[in-house]
Design a binder for this molecule. Sequence first.
Ligand code: APR
Length: 170
Amino acid sequence: MTDVITERGDITRVTTDAIVNAANEALASGGGVDGAIHAAAGPQLIEACRSIPEVRAGVRCPTGEARITPGFELPARYIIHAVGPRYSMDRAPELLESAFVWSLAIASDHDDIRSVALPAISCGIYGYPVDEAAEIARIAVDGRVYDLDVIRFVLFSEKALTVFSEAFTR
Ligand code: APR
């Protein structure tokens, strides 16, 4: 049985075994939570991202997938870099669900990851409405079994926390 928690906070400070990053396909450091994670993890993180093989030119992690690196200077031992869709993309709901599921599946597959924290993937620069994303996150979690003790959604704003909390109590 996996506990699911919603809380407000800064994911770079969370002490779960792994945290999830809202990354881009190049796994090149961007703004938002990605920039905050790179700043907190230190310069080894970008080197680790560059060592992940490209699947095609400029793409280390296609939209809807995820890749794992160490956490370096973060409290979390691992970072799972998930790439959500821009809201305007074709099949955006399916791709966002896939980004959540890939992240949680990678965490489940690692014996030394029992707890994972996720942000509201795609809800910043990529423009996804938080209420729609929260419902997709709920489906990604409730519709599957993960080998994890706890999944924490760490939301940056009070509004996002309210919306995610409502989705997970429906
Ligand atoms: N902790 C938790 N959540 C955070 C933090 C933080 N420190 N900083 C930002 N957030 C929240 C935002 O408020 C938003 O709700 O993370 C959510 C995702 O926003 P973005 O970081 O903008 O991610 P996304 O919309 O998926 O866009 C990804 O932005 O940073 C670039 O390289 C990244 O190109 C990619 C794109």
